[in-house]
Write a protein that binds this ligand. Structure first.
Ligand code: XLS
Ligand code: NI
Ligand code: NI
Length: 435
């Protein structure tokens, strides 16, 4: 039985369409800069938001209608949900998906039972993937919901909790591997602290690194070739999360000799929570050769939480796609809608509206970014701005071997530098020509 009976499959109808169930910009097979839109954008849906998010908030319970869900923790219910999820992927034309172990399968009385449930559901998910021609973008373990993780998982002061987390990661990597996952994400939900009064930060970070090294070893041992990602976020639920932003993650990976094994999964709302733009976070990751994947959403400028809204801001999607194109596109990663409907949008069909909007916003961002690149004025401006580094003293500094004495000799002979305008407003106007 269809759970989204209002629609068959969302189709591209072009910018003039008034059909709420049609794409106005996302035309999967349309070629932009030599690749189809679906190859560029690699949209993913988040199992936790689509199937498991009841839309509760700190002040009120769930509102989302899920007529397919009997509310139980049974494996049977989990299997049925999976069927609905793949109907959803088909109808929206989303090719990829992501999950946490505890979204797809229930946490039962003990670890052995929970592992068995995960194996059973993963088998069914594997069949569904095949039938529907979908791919797993990444899997992950939920190491933050259960009360045992109240003090953290890999950074818990309790070594038994650390071990439990390791066991959960092992099973989640197994499931991801079995499902042909292109990646595996570590988001450190509670890997941080509420207060430093009771925290040994150094020991906690050492433990987290040890856990990640074990995961790297295990991955090699079983021949899992998916990419490992770390997903930065500054806080929430912790006061301070260790993986607070892209720069902090890169520093951690370098300090613990993990850089070769990880890339970053950057989420827009986490970037803004960290006091950065998404453009900043992507730039930091790309410059380190470490942008792996993106959790595509947006925050609310008036609310200081991770509101995980669907991306609708065209300026935002344009900036993201400029960065992705500049990087040469995704390899293992994609645009995972780590986004939820507002609590008032409680009907199943709102899931479709939400994802259609996000996909169209990114399709526009892609087309606009490609047009800005084809125009070339923006890139030319930046290139020219640094022209003094292409010859003379600048080129010498870049190639190394210049001393402070050399700089002094240069400064004495060249005199007071003359500056060119940064032209920020003119460049903003150029971007607006395309939006
Ligand atoms: C929460 C995170 C989470 C990760 C996966 O804020 O975004 O959803 O993406 O654990
Ligand atoms: Ni996320
Ligand atoms: Ni988030």
């Amino acid at each position: 039985m269809s759970q989204f009976p209002e629609i068959t499959k969302v189709q591209y109808e072009g910018p003039d369409s008034k059909n709420p169930f049609a794409f106005k910009h996302y035309n999967a097979d349309e070629v932009v800069e030599g690749k189809t839109m679906s190859e560029h954008l690699r949209f993913g849906a988040a199992y936790w938001h689509v199937m498991r998010n009841g839309l509760a908030d700190p002040f009120g319970g769930p509102t989302a209608l899920m007529p397919w869900d009997d509310g139980s923790d049974s494996v049977d219910n989990a299997l049925k949900r999976a069927d609905v999820f793949f109907e959803f992927l088909d109808k929206t034309g989303i090719d990829f998906w992501c999950f946490h172990d505890r979204d797809v399968a229930p946490e039962l009385g003990d670890l052995a039972k929970s592992n068995a449930a995960l194996e059973k559901v993963a088998e069914h998910l594997g069949q569904l993937q095949q039938q529907h021609g979908k791919k797993l973008l990444w899997g992950t373990a939920c190491l933050f919901t259960h009360p045992r993780y109240a003090h953290g998982a890999g950074t818990s002061p309790n070594a038994d909790v650390f071990a439990y987390a390791g066991a959960q990661i092992k099973a989640a990597i197994d499931a991801t591997h079995q499902l042909g996952g292109l990646g595996y994400t570590f988001w450190g939900g509670r890997e941080g602290y509420g207060s430093l009064i009771n925290t040994n930060m150094k020991r906690e970070l050492d433990h987290l690194a040890a856990l990640l090294h074990m995961a790297v070893d295990y991955k090699k041992k079983i021949g899992f070739e998916g990419q490992f990602y770390i997903e930065p976020k500054p806080q929430e639920p912790t006061t301070h999360q260790y993986d607070s932003d892209a720069a902090a993650c890169l520093n951690f990976l370098q300090a613990y000799d993990l850089m070769d094994h990880f890339k970053l999964n950057i989420e827009t709302n986490h970037a803004t929570l960290a006091g950065h733009t998404m453009q900043h976070e992507l730039t930091v990751a790309i410059d380190a050769g470490a942008l792996g994947s993106i959790d595509a959403n947006q925050g609310d400028t008036l609310i200081g939480w991770d509101t995980d809204q669907f991306p609708t801001d065209i300026y935002g999607t344009t900036q993201v796609m400029l960065k992705v194109l500049e990087m040469g596109g995704f390899t293992t990663g994609g645009l995972n809608f780590d986004a939820k409907r507002r609590r008032e949008s409680h009907e199943p069909i709102d899931l479709i509206h939400a994802h259609v909007g996000g996909m169209d916003a990114f399709a526009r961002g892609l087309k606009i970014a490609a047009a800005i690149r084809a125009d070339g004025r923006l890139a030319d401006f930046v290139k020219t701005r640094y022209a003094s580094w292409d010859s003379g003293i600048g080129a010498k500094v870049e190639s190394g071997g210049v001393t402070l004495e050399d700089l002094t000799a240069h400064a004495l002979s060249a005199g007071e530098p003359t500056l060119d305008s940064g032209r920020q407003e003119m460049l903003e106007n150029i971007i607006n020509e395309f939006i």
